[in-house]
Design a protein around this ligand. Structure first.
Ligand code: FAD
Length: 458
């Protein structure tokens, strides 16, 4: 049996870090999603690039599937070992290798979490801005999904903040991509090819990241609106005028209700709400905030509340980051499907108001929350624990994607394709572009062992 051959050979260098323990296989059988779990044959806890290289070479030779695992927080079935094989867990590759203050960059192993990195950087005056809603996710996993978060409107996503990588290819070869320079016009951009490739082209073991200076002044605010359209119209105008907001998040009335209960937010009502954050010098922050407030008020905003004290600001943004868990707490026993549509900014009001109508028509509960500064918004569709619950939730998800695509948008702004979004790729990219993607996959992974069953339908 090929798997047994790999296990026998790999245990020589991994020892008991290669395991068939039932609980660990179960833990690595799914991510934070509603796809059916599939057990891997084994889990390997790797510690070096060399170990990853030796393991991939063996799996390539024996045609055994491999799935890279960071923290398993992805939302579309990305880490489900759809065809069995070995789940390669990189969480023990968790060293921050180098930080350069003058160059404002750092090199980390793939298993470093975003929270760990920012704790490490705390006294350096620098920070890493990409902040998915869970602090557990790893930098390698964030490269895998080309993640982003609330700061993307000002600091960009992984696409703008990854400078280079060490990648182990399917056959075990190790390559370095990119470098430490701020730009380069030297050949194909392999770094960006691997970003968002979901472990289907290679396994990233080290990453060179761009860092940013902690701003001199930060101020956060919330403001509430009588209707969803007023909130989204404010967002569009703030962006079009060019106010450099650092964060601008939308929560609809249902999401606000969930957050007020879950995070015990005082003084806010269950109404459509924008959360803002401004970064810069004292004077710049005051000016940006004044302009944003003026625009929001023209669109009917009530009760602009400022939070300049770090503790109060922290509470507000923690509530935003906990929005997913707040949704789940609304209906204990229900699962959640996080949707991830994105549209051009000018179509945002149409998209969000239309999705609210789709939700009402479905009879399901689905709070809306979003990184609207990028045109990206999520709903967490709460799946009723009934026989047709999942089918109803998927139907609503499809409607939301169809609406985004009809407005020139995309089925995923940041969560990725995994298993859940595969069916939309053809419509979004067209058959010729999809064929190019397939030929890249074939060139880098001719035996189809790298996270099979993801991105492409077959
Ligand atoms: C509550 C909650 C909120 C979230 N909010 C956001 C958000 O705001 N923005 C956002 O973008 N995402 C969000 N997510 C999704 C998730 O956190 C991201 O997709 C994250 O990037 C996954 O990181 P991970 O380490 O858990 O990766 P995993 O889930 O372990 O893996 C993700 C994918 O990357 C591949 N992979 C993992 N490590 C590597 C590697 N070293 N080399 C190559 N491929 C690799 C895996 O095979 C898989 O395909 C959220 C998830 C939750 C549960």
């Amino acid at each position: 049996m090929p798997v047994e051959t790999v296990l026998a050979a790999a245990s020589a260098f991994l020892g008991d870090r290669l395991t068939t323990n039932a609980a660990l296989r179960e833990q690595h059988s799914h991510g934070e999603d509603t796809q059916p779990p599939v057990l891997p044959d084994a889990v390997a806890f790797v510690e070096t690039t060399e170990e990853v290289s030796r393991l991939l070479a063996l799996c390539h030779q024996e045609h055994v599937p491999v799935v890279a695992w960071g923290a398993g927080t992805s939302l579309e079935g990305h880490v489900t070992p759809a065809r069995g094989g070995i789940s390669i867990d990189l969480s023990r590759m968790n060293k921050v290798l180098d930080v350069s203050q003058p160059d404002m960059d750092c090199r980390v192993e793939a298993g470093v979490t975003r929270a760990q990195l920012n704790t490490h950087l705390r006294d350096s005056g620098l920070f890493f801005p990409v902040d998915p809603g869970t602090s557990a996710c790893t930098i390698g996993g964030m490269c895998g999904t080309r993640a982003s978060g609330t700061n993307a409107v000002r600091y960009g996503t992984m696409r703008e903040n990854v400078m280079g990588m060490t990648v182990v290819l399917a056959d075990g070869r190790v390559i370095k991509t990119g470098g430490r320079v701020r730009k380069s016009a030297n050949g194909y951009d392999l770094t960006r090819l691997f970003l968002g490739s979901e472990g289907t082209l290679g396994i990233i073991t080290e990453i060179q990241l761009r860092l940013h200076g902690i701003p001199e002044a930060i101020s956060s605010a919330t403001c509430q609106f009588p209707a969803l359209a007023n909130a989204v119209d404010s967002v569009i105008e703030i962006l079009q005028i060019g106010i450099p907001v650092a964060r601008m998040e939308l929560l609809d009335d249902v999401q606000m209700d969930a957050c007020i209960r879950y995070s015990k937010l005082d003084g806010l009502s269950a109404m459509p709400t924008l959360f803002f954050e401004f970064h810069g010098t004292e004077a710049a922050v005051a000016e940006q905030a004044r302009m944003a407030e003026e625009i929001a008020q023209q669109h009917g905003a009530q009760g602009f509340r400022w939070a300049t004290d770090p503790a109060e600001r922290g509470k507000l943004w923690q509530a935003r980051h906990d929005a997913y868990w707040a949704c789940l707490a609304l209906k204990p026993g229900y699962k959640g499907i996080a949707t991830d549509a994105i549209v051009p900014i000018s179509r945002l009001t149409e998209a969000v108001v239309g999705v609210k109508e789709d939700i009402a028509a479905s009879g399901l509960t689905a709070p809306i929350v979003g990184h609207v500064g990028d045109g990206n918004f999520h709903t967490v569709i709460l799946v009723p624990p009934e026989p047709d619950g999942l089918a109803r939730a998927w139907e609503l998800d499809k409607k939301i994607v169809a609406r985004a695509l009809s407005l020139g948008g995309s089925c995923s702004g940041e969560h990725g394709v995994g298993i859940g979004k595969r069916e939309f790729l053809l419509q979004e990219h067209g058959s010729d572009a999809l064929a190019v993607m397939r030929s890249i996959k074939l060139a880098l992974d001719p035996r189809g062992v790298m996270n099979p069953g993801k991105i492409f339908l077959n």
